[in-house]
Design a protein around this ligand. Structure first.
Ligand SMILES: O=C(O)[C@H]1O[C@H](OP(=O)(O)OP(=O)(O)OC[C@H]2O[C@@H](n3ccc(=O)[nH]c3=O)[C@H](O)[C@@H]2O)[C@H](O)[C@@H](O)[C@@H]1O
Length: 432
């Protein structure tokens, strides 16, 4: 019987054999041998236990930052956050982009990063539309050096941690519940993101020291039932036709309050039906393309008097230029730590294309580019929040932001369709 056979698996419960107690010399030599073997065995055991518990690859950074996070992953995330938010030069801005994995958010984040600004993204990757598209956008941003923290603008603790880690000069707030018609299905999500989330972000921003300047996405839909064309920033916006529009209008009023009480510099941008590569699959141009290619019938709305429904479709690159122009001309907030120290800038701009196109023409252009005849069902505009017509007056944005849209609908749709085919044929290849 070897000594090793006497060593139990639970060392604390080891009882020496009676034979050792009566033969003292044998006992002492056996005891020292036993101690030696025990030590050896325990060392080997410990070595294997350590080997099993240690990860085979370094820990991947957690996308969530929370007070309960493991120390290592937290400091790893903090490192990524600081690196992503660091501008290339001392003149660069440090920008928090909310909704960074969204359509406009991705394009704006890339443009800021490419020109040397520091950019930190925040996105909750919700399932309003296919999250794999958002993940694909995230990959592109990661390659460009933009890190996205996965979290919600309603999470005050998380926002506070981000503001504690980084002194943001600007917040580009593009996170929102978008879509006009979906508001009838899920009204709560609009209140949650566009009102509660916005207030939460402004609360944290107003308490920061120094306060960042805020640039945020409002919407052409605030013009609602306004029938005066062109739509000018001075026109009435108190007749929203959808809950979506009402929450964006509420955002504009909330912005006024935070500017007035706390001295936050705030610029709202009224986007007019933005389209282009990496766009949103819930928008008509996107799902028309998909359905036309599948041979599915599309529904084209017309106004009740059989007139055309039209939109001032605006290409994404033009919108990005408008966003950067707004950021570059934003003045500093005047408050700090929740206290106003003087009047601050409060602005609102239309970012449109000034060239409305009927939805029926949008379909004809797509047919031409896709070389497929669409199966169409024309029906009167249902009362679902849609308005008949949008047309932006962009004089103010041209003068103050240097905004100058340069892409017409046909040129922009060609770029979209090219992207659409390369993206979806790529995804198919990967999954097969
Ligand atoms: O300008 C804006 O502020 C808004 O632009 C778009 O809203 P919308 O203009 O309604 O864009 P789509 O949903 O793509 O609709 C475009 C046009 O197609 C029409 N349409 C839509 C769906 C359909 O099945 N058939 C159809 O003819 C709509 O009535 C509308 O005239 C975005 O979806 C909103 O998030 C954004 O805020």
């Amino acid at each position: 019987m070897s000594h090793l056979d006497n060593i139990p698996s639970t060392p604390g419960k080891y009882k020496p054999d009676k034979a050792f107690r009566f033969n003292s010399s044998a006992a002492s030599s056996s005891l020292s041998k036993l101690t030696l073997y025990s030590t050896l065995f325990l060392s080997v055991l410990l070595f294997f236990l350590l080997l099993l518990s240690s990860p085979s690859s370094p820990p991947s950074p957690r996308r969530h930052l929370s007070s309960g996070s493991h120390h290592t992953s937290l400091s790893l995330s903090h490192k990524l956050i600081r690196k992503s938010a660091r501008p290339r030069s001392t003149t660069g801005h440090t920008v928090l982009v909310t909704g960074a994995a969204g359509f406009v958010g991705t394009h704006v984040s890339l443009a800021l990063k490419r020109r040397g600004d520091g950019v930190l993204g925040l996105d909750n990757f919700n399932h309003y539309y296919d999250p794999t598209l958002k993940r694909a956008r995230q990959k592109i941003l990661e390659k460009a050096g933009v890190f996205i923290v996965e979290g919600d603008i309603n999470d005050k603790g998380l926002l506070q941690q981000l503001f504690d880690a980084v002194l943001f000069t600007h917040v580009m707030h593009l996170a929102a519940q978008a879509g006009v018609r979906y508001a009838m299905q899920n009204p709560g999500s609009y209140v949650h993101s566009n009102i509660a989330g916005f207030v939460n972000l402004l609360e944290v921003s107003k308490s920061a020291n120094p306060q960042p300047a805020i640039i945020w996405a409002s919407s052409s839909s605030v013009y609602g039932l306004n029938s005066k064309v062109l739509f000018s920033e001075k026109d009435r916006t108190d007749q929203p036709a959808s809950l979506y529009a009402a929450t964006k209008k509420a955002g504009e009023e909330i912005a006024h309050t935070y500017n007035h009480i706390y001295g936050l510099s705030i610029t709202g941008l009224r986007f007019f039906t933005v389209y282009g590569p990496w766009g949103r699959p819930d928008m008509a141009y996107f799902f028309f393309t998909k359905d036309i290619m599948k041979g599915k019938t599309i529904t084209v709305y017309e106004s009740p008097d059989k007139g055309s429904v039209a939109r001032d479709f605006t290409y994404i690159d033009d919108i990005v230029k408008g966003c950067l122009g707004a950021l570059d001309t934003a003045k500093k907030s005047t408050g700090s730590g929740g206290k106003k120290r003087g009047p601050a800038q409060l602005r609102i701009f239309n970012l449109g294309n000034t060239s409305p196109v009927p939805v029926s023409t949008l379909v004809s252009i797509l047919e031409k580019i896709l070389k497929v005849k669409a199966k169409k069902k024309v029906m009167p505009l249902p009362r679902n929040g849609d308005v008949e017509f949008t047309h932006a007056n962009i004089t103010l944005a041209m003068t103050e932001l240097g905004y100058k849209p340069a892409t017409d609908l046909e040129a922009g749709l060609k770029k979209f369709v090219r992207w659409y085919f390369s993206f979806y044929s790529g995804s198919k290849k990967k999954s097969s």
